[in-house]
Design a binder for this molecule. Sequence first.
Ligand SMILES: [Zn+2]
Length: 216
Amino acid sequence: MNEKAWVLRRQLVAAARRLTARGLMPGPSGNLSARLDAERVVIVPSGVPKAALQPEELLVVDLEGRVLEGRHDLKPTSEWPMHLEAYRRRSDIGAVVHTHPAAAVALTLADIRLDEPVLPEAVLLLGAVPTAPYATPSTPENREAIAGLIGRHNVILLARHGALAVGRTLPEAVQRMEVLEHTAQTLLWAHLVGKPAPLPAEAVAKLEAVRAVYGK
Ligand SMILES: [Zn+2]
């Protein structure tokens, strides 16, 4: 195994522990992957608690989901079709993170959308966040639910289920997931005490200019 593969495995394990510690991947839920090269992806196994994940437990799959490397007693996360759909549609991305963040899922239950700009941080780091229709978790339905959205969005809410974030790098995808949940939590609190208004168009235009300069 080459150096890059080991670096990615260690990064994925560290990210899984971080997201678990933050409560974004309770129990066996949530999964992560990172692109090894144009044709191969390193992905977490199914059924292994993320807090105890070890680098050698990760698997290498091709973009069709065929296992190229991995322990015989392990198989890729059941959400692999959703991950690989993102890589197939986005040659620019290097990582995919799927979690079950409580506040973000609560927004989908209450039919509160995140595709309107509300907080500057979210405009800069996430862009518009659409909500994909409900799909049965751990089935290829999730691949279909995100297929029409992932080409234009870096973060997607999955109705009644969770969220998906992609990035050029794993740290970028993880950061987007954390900013998503922070935004969702803030919005949820605002809805408890009032009716939050979207950012005015002029403010959004200024933020877009900032984003263009800093390349976020
Ligand atoms: Zn899930």
